[in-house]
Design a protein around this ligand. Structure first.
Ligand SMILES: O=P(O)(O)O[C@@H]1C[C@H](O)[C@@H](CO)O1
Ligand SMILES: Nc1nc2[nH]cnc2c(=O)[nH]1
Length: 194
């Protein structure tokens, strides 16, 4: 069987994307060495490998969050597992909070850049000895999100999603943001928070 070259990580409520795969093989996260447990509702905690159209593809039904008590190094285990399998294209999806009135519920934000607040405060998964298999010690974060893939996403998104490009700010959670925090994050240039 051809190994997947494309992987999709499904956020809250988006796990049904895995049903689009043909010839699916499903593996519970519990059966994958070193994977943490999924504890969030709407995150099934399964890896489904199959084909999306003709492309061999992996769909991760659920991600791990810092607020579940995972260390940053545990949160990235699925992404690093995909890289070791030979995946070169990763699509991340999640449910996020809008910081802009023009971005209502049901809109799609294609992330062009991010502000990683835990990372800026020293809670980056890259802290510690560098594993060269996953990149260099000081990775450039210019175009962290591939410009060609972003253009494709914006061009192909169904009209009703009113897709636009924007900046995502990552926070620790699990509390949602206070109004003052939302004002602060909006002024920092973010369009959505999660
Ligand atoms: O990564 P997901 O889509 O789960 O993102 C957010 C964070 C929480 O899990 C949840 C909070 O509403 O959605
Ligand atoms: N932090 C955060 N995460 C979310 N996930 C879905 N909505 C939100 C939100 O408003 N804030």
């Amino acid at each position: 069987r051809e190994p997947p070259r494309v992987a999709l990580v499904c956020g809250s409520g988006l796990g049904a994307l895995a049903e689009e795969l043909t010839e699916p093989i499903t593996i519970d996260y519990r059966d994958i060495p070193h994977f943490p447990r999924s504890t969030v509702q709407g995150h099934a905690g399964r890896l489904v490998v199959g084909r999306l159209g003709s492309a061999p593809c992996a769909v991760l039904q659920g991600r791990f969050h810092l607020y579940e008590g995972n260390a940053p190094s545990q949160v990235v285990i699925p992404v690093r597992t995909m890289a070791l399998l030979g995946v070169h294209t990763l699509v991340l999806t999640n449910a996020a909070g809008s910081l802009r009135p023009e971005l209502g519920p049901g809109h799609l934000l294609v992330i062009r850049d991010h502000i990683d607040l835990p990372g800026l405060a020293g809670r980056s998964p890259l802290v510690g000895p560098n594993d060269e298999r996953f990149g260099t010690r000081f990775p450039s974060m210019t175009d962290a999100y591939d410009p060609a893939l972003r253009r494709l996403a914006l061009a192909l998104a169904p009209k009703e999603l009113r897709a636009r490009s924007g900046v995502y700010v990552g926070v620790g959670g699990p509390s949602y943001e206070t109004p003052a925090e939302c004002r602060y994050l909006r002024r920092a240039g973010a369009h959505a928070v999660g």
